[in-house]
Design a protein around this ligand. Structure first.
Ligand code: COA
Length: 148
């Protein structure tokens, strides 16, 4: 159900990305990350349809969850949880100590998901987002706690 993202998935990924974010990434960003060994990209599949994805990258002992989204019609069914579980697993496998992410202050669904996995608030970037302007909450998961 969760597998590495391939270039052939990008039409479906971009459809979800554009419907999920007010400032969606460009397709070239996904393509570029897919070529980087320091990045990991996953899709969640139902039948042969891509219904969600997550994107991470790693540097030193830190990982960053750069993007995660689920097709609007498929939300609330545990797909985000599956993708985050796989993302945490790959971060542990690659030897990261911490996994970081940024989330809009008002994004209750995403914050609820992250808190469920043990992420805690590490800081606030004031007015980090535009369209609409909003603070970013920086969250961090200590992966030693996650695997214990
Ligand atoms: C955030 C997102 C990926 C969650 O995916 P999902 O498949 O709907 O989430 P799940 O069904 O796996 O839910 C897992 C947990 O997340 C939390 N959650 C999910 N939707 C929620 C909502 N609408 N309100 C509050 N908490 C919510 C709950 O804690 C839930 O656990 P529960 O089912 O035991 O209550 C999805 O809402 C999404 O794609 N949002 C748009 C993109 C986005 O904001 N990405 C995050 C950027 S930082």
């Amino acid at each position: 159900m969760v597998r590495p993202m391939r270039p052939a998935d990008l039409d479906e990924v971009m459809w979800i990305e554009r419907r999920s974010f007010s400032a969606p990434w460009e397709e070239s960003t996904f393509r570029g990350l897919m070529r980087r060994r320091s990045a990991a990209l996953f899709v969640a599949e139902s039948g042969d349809e891509v219904i969600g994805y997550s994107v991470l990258w790693f540097a030193a002992d830190e990982g960053e969850l750069g993007d995660i989204a689920v097709l609007p019609e498929a939300r609330g069914r545990g797909i985000g949880r599956l993708l985050l579980r796989e993302s945490i697993k790959v971060a542990v496998d690659r030897g990261a100590r911490f996994l970081y992410l940024e989330v809009r202050d008002s994004n209750a669904a995403a914050r609820g998901l992250y808190e469920k996995f043990g992420f805690s608030i590490a800081g606030v970037r004031k007015q980090y987002y535009t369209g609409p302007a909003e603070d970013a909450i920086v969250m961090r998961l200590d992966l030693q706690d996650a695997v214990r």
